[in-house]
Design a protein around this ligand. Structure first.
Ligand code: MN
Length: 171
């Protein structure tokens, strides 16, 4: 039996702090930069700007992208897990501009959808939205994620700790 595809959410302290939401589709990580990160609250629609596909191995990347490189800054793996979908083909659904899927991760669970709202080579925009399900999480679970305080699901480190440790072990 084939393993379920993975998802990962990284927090990236680049020129602007953002979340990178990535879904495994056909052997690559389809990727969106989500400035405010995914919300657990179905009432909140989160802007998601598509970015380049990344290799599957990038799902485990945590560290500092060197100054001068594209995306320079610290990265932590905030959430990870697998997802299921009833889309016959995620690739086709995304190409058409709408895909629903169910995340199963330690920090992020539930039904979500990505919907393209604007087309254009350099200005394409999507929305990432939690779908309403029978029972919603209690209000206390709906708090937003503070990216500066958030900790890696892999190493429990904050962005700041990753940045400091990288300096200490650097050249
Ligand atoms: Mn990024």
């Amino acid at each position: 039996m084939q393993a379920e595809p993975t998802f990962v959410v990284q927090i990236h302290d680049a020129s602007s702090l953002h979340f990178d939401f990535r879904l495994e589709v056909n052997g690559v990580l389809k990727s969106w930069a989500v400035p405010k990160g995914p919300s657990r609250d179905p009432r909140e629609r989160r802007l998601a700007m598509p970015t380049e596909d990344h290799p599957l191995s990038y799902a485990a990347f945590e560290g500092v992208i060197a100054p001068g490189q594209y995306g320079a800054g610290a990265v932590i793996v905030w959430a990870e897990g697998t997802y299921t979908t009833e889309e016959p083909s995620m690739a086709d659904a995304l190409a058409r501009g709408h895909a629903s899927f169910h995340l199963r991760g330690r920090k992020l669970r539930g039904a979500y959808a990505l919907t393209r709202t604007r087309r254009g080579a350099d200005r394409e925009a999507w929305l990432l939205v939690r779908k309403r399900e029978g029972r919603q999480p209690p209000a206390s679970k709906r708090r937003g994620v503070d990216p500066g305080r958030a900790r890696s699901v892999l190493t429990h480190r904050t962005l700041r700790q990753v940045a400091v440790e990288s300096r200490e072990s650097g050249p």
